[in-house]
Design a protein around this ligand. Structure first.
Ligand code: ADP
Length: 268
C-alpha cells in the first residue's frame, strides 16, 4: 500500500483539509519500487566517497599542488574513501550472489562446530584489535545441518563484526551454541547460535527494520565504523536460503543478542 498525504490549499493558503491517497501496489509494482529504491540507495552510497575523492584529487592538482603537507594529510583520507567503496561493492556482490541462489536450498552437510572453529580463528584477531574479548562455545556433539559452509561463516562474521564495531572498548562478545531437541517425530531439532554483546544496545523501534538493506540506526556512526548498511540484509538472505531464522533481542544500555536458528539435517 502506498500512502500519500498532502495538505489541501485554496490559492496559496492551506484550507485546513488534508488529502490522503491510498494506492494498493500490486506485487510486481512493489518489487519494481524496491528495486528502484535499492539502486538509488546503492548509487548514493557510492557517490558520496567518490565525490570526496574527486574533491581531494582536484585540490591536489590545483591549490595544494606544491604542498607536501596537504598530500600527507589527504592521502590517508583518500585511501579510506577508496576502501569504503571496495567494502560496499564487496557487500553488493555478496548480496547479489545469495539472492541469485535464493531458490536453491544448500545440499552439503556442514558441521556447525567446524564453522564455529573457523569463525573463532578469523575473528579473534579482530577482537584483539578492537580491545575486546571474544569467547566461542561449541556444541557438545557434531551439529550437522544442510548448508553452505562459506555462507554460514559469513553470517557469524557479519554478526560478530557488528558486535565489535558497535561495542564498547574493553567489552565482551560471546558466541553461544545451544541444541534444541526435537519435540516429536514430526519436528526436527534445531541449533541456536547466539552472538551476545554488552554494547550500547538498540532501541526497540529499530529492531523490526534492521535487516532491511541500508537501514541503520545511526548513519554517521555506521559510516565512521566502516559499515555498509548491508551486513544484516546479507545475513537475512543467507538464512532464508537455509530455511533458518534470525531473532534479535536488545536492551539499550545492556547489549544485544542476535540468534541464528538452523534445522538439524534429516538423518539419511
Ligand atoms: P552496518 O554496515 O551499518 O553495520 P548492518 O546491516 O550490519 O549495517 O547493521 C544495521 C544497523 O544495525 C547498524 O548500522 C547498527 O545501527 C545496528 N546494529 C547492528 N548490530 C548491532 C550491535 N551489535 N549493536 C548495536 N547496533 C547494531
Amino acid at each position: 500500500m502506498e500512502v500519500t498525504v498532502a495538505p489541501l490549499t485554496r490559492g496559496a493558503e492551506r484550507d485546513g483539509n488534508i488529502l490522503v491517497l491510498l494506492r494498493d501496489l500490486t506485487e510486481g509494482e512493489r518489487i519494481n519500487q524496491m528495486r528502484a529504491d535499492f539502486i538509488a540507495n546503492a548509487s548514493h552510497e557510492l557517490r558520496t566517497p567518490l565525490a570526496s575523492l574527486r574533491g581531494f584529487i582536484e585540490t591536489l592538482q590545483g591549490t595544494a599542488k606544491e604542498d607536501p603537507g596537504a598530500r600527507e594529510r589527504f592521502l590517508p583520507i583518500m585511501a579510506e574513501q577508496a576502501s569504503r567503496m571496495t567494502r560496499l561493492i564487496d557487500a553488493l556482490l555478496s548480496l547479489s550472489r545469495v539472492e541469485m541462489n535464493a531458490h536453491v536450498p544448500p545440499s552439503d552437510l556442514v558441521d556447525l562446530n567446524d564453522v564455529l572453529g573457523h569463525a573463532r580463528d578469523t575473528l579473534e584477531p579482530l577482537a584483539t584489535d578492537s580491545h575486546m574479548t571474544l569467547s566461542v562455545e561449541r556444541f557438545p556433539k557434531a551439529a550437522i545441518v544442510r548448508g553452505d559452509r562459506d555462507e554460514l561463516l559469513q553470517v557469524l562474521q557479519n554478526l560478530v563484526q557488528n558486535a565489535l564495531k558497535y561495542g564498547n572498548s574493553g567489552g565482551n562478545v560471546r558466541i553461544e551454541a545451544k541444541h534444541i531437541p526435537s519435540l516429536g517425530r514430526q519436528t526436527r531439532g534445531r541449533y541456536a547460535i547466539s552472538v551476545v554483546d554488552d554494547g550500547p544496545g538498540i532501541p526497540a523501534e529499530h529492531l523490526p527494520r534492521l535487516t532491511e538493506r541500508f537501514y541503520r540506526v545511526d548513519v554517521d556512526s555506521s559510516r565512521e565504523k566502516g559499515g555498509t548498511g548491508l551486513g544484516l540484509a546479507i545475513v537475512k538472505h543467507i538464512l532464508n536460503r537455509h530455511r533458518g531464522e534470525l531473532a534479535i533481542a536488545s536492551k539499550p544500555g545492556t547489549g544485544s543478542t542476535f540468534t541464528v536458528m538452523l534445522n538439524e539435517a534429516n538423518a539419511g
